[in-house]
Design a protein around this ligand. Structure first.
Ligand SMILES: [Zn+2]
Ligand SMILES: [Zn+2]
Ligand SMILES: [Zn+2]
Length: 277
């Protein structure tokens, strides 16, 4: 399985849209891996996780070789926060904006808040933008081409049913877990019940050095989650653990973050990183 990180920041990006704190100023000066757009990732060129306002920028930035946005058929949304789901862009799937019509169906999987946003869009635009919504029920696997994707319950915004996803294909398994604190008990029960073993685990690290655990995670929380995954047998010494979804409020630029994370055995995601596991 190959995971391509298209964006690796929290909601405000780095540099943050309207911020000139030391981290944002340093990012502006240093550029490169210090520049982080809003989180989105692509599995094997096929399964797209989240649809932030930077999706179009991700599409054109990659030179079209790895991320073929018009060809994507399966979009898994974690929750309705703007940095993970920017539905207004999807109205550009209406035939009037797509000269190569007919537009093929885009299967969008998500919670009820995502469905509501799509319905609002359809009402306002008085047109169905060729999207096929599927409610992603926690712990009920979804078949998408050759992939088995299981929505898992996140500990995040209590006003909606936030999700993260486990993806399996050809005997390999990936966990993409962003915008979540320490996983809730039903997730641990699911892991021990299914005996799933992940080749790669991508963990939320919004708070970077700080402990959070309630809505997001920082490195102390990711250490705890990794230990619990290994203790359960859901991960082992060969599992690649990646930290992702960073905020400038965490206080570190890329190189400083790598120094801290590497000591703990974590890989640090950056925009454009591709990992095969
Ligand atoms: Zn987020
Ligand atoms: Zn800042
Ligand atoms: Zn969120």
């Amino acid at each position: 399985m190959k995971l391509l990180y298209l964006g690796t920041a929290a909601a405000e990006g780095i540099p943050a849209v309207f911020c000139t704190c030391p981290v944002c100023q340093a990012a502006r000066k240093l550029k490169g891996k210090n520049i982080r757009t809003r989180s989105q990732a692509l599995l094997d060129g096929t399964i797209l996780f989240d649809f932030p306002p930077d999706s179009y920028a991700h599409y054109i930035a990659g030179g079209f070789s790895q991320f073929d946005l018009p060809a994507i058929r399966h979009l898994f949304i974690t929750h309705s926060h703007m940095d993970h789901f920017y539905p207004d862009e999807l109205q550009l799937r209406r035939p009037v904006f797509v000269a190569s019509s007919p537009v093929e169906t885009l299967h969008i999987y998500g919670n009820r808040a995502v469905e509501k946003a799509l319905l609002r869009l359809q009402e306002e635009e008085q047109a169905v933008p060729c999207n096929d919504f599927c409610y992603a029920k926690p712990f009920e696997p979804i078949e998408a081409d050759a992939y088995r994707i299981t929505p898992l319950s996140a500990l995040h915004d209590r006003k909606e049913e936030c999700l993260f996803y486990a993806a399996e294909n050809g005997g390999k398994a990936l966990l993409y877990a962003h915008d979540t604190g320490i996983f809730p008990d039903p997730v641990w029960d699911y892991f021990s019940g299914t005996k799933i073993r992940f080749n790669m685990v991508s963990l939320d690290c919004t708070a970077i050095l700080h402990k959070d655990g309630g809505n997001h995670m920082g490195i102390p929380d990711t250490i705890e989650v990794r230990k619990r995954l290994i203790d359960l047998g859901a991960a082992d010494k060969n599992t690649v653990f990646v930290l992702n979804h960073f905020s400038h409020n965490g206080g570190l630029n890329h190189d400083d973050l790598v120094r801290v994370a590497e000591k703990e055995g974590f890989t640090v995601a950056y925009d454009g990183l591709e990992i095969e596991a």
